[in-house]
Design a protein around this ligand. Structure first.
Ligand SMILES: [Zn+2]
Length: 347
């Protein structure tokens, strides 16, 4: 993971945006983007994050188009053929023969009232769940683009996840997109409402359906963990080949604690094998799209050659989703957490 806090490339972007130098340019860029959106929102009251995206895209002179079928590629090629010569061939190469996720196009000669940018996002089939986030990624790019400065010439592809992780700007943009895609003033009240003191996948899905329809459960759970007012950890596990090649084992792929969970003695790590007795394992095996919840203990987890992990009792929620199983951990009995002068109980 590259250090984004002091990265020279991000610092330069902050300077171009006339943000005074500070210790943490990632925070500066994030605050700049959030503040810009807050100002756009003045005098507006919105009900869903889709409305928010429409408003912000409008202010940034961005038109967002989703591809939901192959025919859409052809329709967009006709609609925007005045953009470039051979625009149809470009779209065919990207979205029919290629597997581009998103394309941001600079309109070379916007007409009066026309938009300066066009984002084309693939939302066909399995891409549909990611499309919601990809659209916010492109919006976040434009929020970090100094006014009157050309961001790029022609068009630019949404990079793959691997490329994003290597590029400080792409990583920063993804981070900001995560905040915008689950805009706290809309998502948090919905989440608290539907969760009734207990963070569950059911509650997250209901909240998402109300204020952020179209978002994936993965992205929504990441946001829910971040906004939750008690310690919580998001897990995913998938089946991988055993090291000796004799079959498969269900192993953790993601372990993401929120800020409040950091002080816990959490020892589970990526690549650890999920114990057969865990609800996580059972939910994966059953594959019923049914949420399980259980009281468990970190002690049931084992590190090969080192024995069991230290005790820590927690409540677990587990839900199979496609090839993965998702989990949420919350400490079973923990002291009350003091949060900015407030006592927040942990459920
Ligand atoms: Zn990007």
């Amino acid at each position: 993971m590259i250090d984004l806090v002091r990265h020279p490339k991000l610092r330069q972007i902050a300077r171009d945006l006339h943000i005074p130098d500070s210790e943490d340019c990632l925070r500066d860029l994030r605050d700049h983007a959030i503040q810009t959106v807050r100002e756009m929102l003045r005098e507006w009251s919105l009900e869903t994050i889709e409305d928010l995206r429409r408003l912000v895209a409008d202010r940034l002179s961005l038109k967002i188009e989703f591809i939901r079928s192959d025919e859409d590629v052809s329709r967009l090629a006709s609609e925007y053929q005045h953009f470039f010569l051979r625009f149809r061939q470009i779209l065919d190469a990207e979205f029919i023969s290629g597997d581009t996720e998103g394309l941001l196009v600079d309109n070379p000669s916007p007409k009066k009232g026309g938009r300066r940018y066009l984002a084309i996002i693939d939302a066909r089939g399995s891409r549909a769940a990611r499309a919601y986030f990809t659209a916010w990624h492109e919006v976040a790019h434009l929020l970090l683009c100094p006014p009157k400065q050309m961001m790029f010439e022609g068009f630019r592809r949404t990079p793959s996840d691997a490329l994003k992780r290597k590029d400080p700007l792409e990583s920063a943009v993804d981070h900001i997109a995560g905040l915008l895609a689950f805009w706290e003033p809309l998502f948090k009240p919905a989440l608290l409402d539907t969760s009734a003191g207990n963070l569950t996948f059911g509650g997250i899905e209901t909240a998402t359906g109300i204020v952020a329809p179209g978002a994936s459960l993965y992205a929504a759970t990441l946001a829910a963990i971040r906004l939750w007012e008690g310690p919580a950890i998001f897990l995913t596990a998938e089946e991988t080949t055993k090291t000796d090649g004799t079959g498969y084992a269900l192993r953790l792929q993601t372990v993401i604690p929120n800020e409040l969970a950091r002080p816990l003695n959490l020892r589970i790590r990526k690549s650890m094998r999920v114990p057969i007795a865990s609800a996580l394992f059972q939910a994966f095996q059953e594959n019923l799209d049914l949420e399980r919840s259980a009281a468990e203990n970190q002690r049931m987890w084992e590190v090969s050659g080192h024995g069991n992990l230290p005790p820590l009792s927690w409540k677990i929620q587990a839900l199979r989703r496609g090839p993965a199983v998702y989990g949420i951990l919350k400490p079973a009995s923990s002291p009350l957490y003091r949060l900015s002068g407030r006592i927040v109980s942990n459920n």
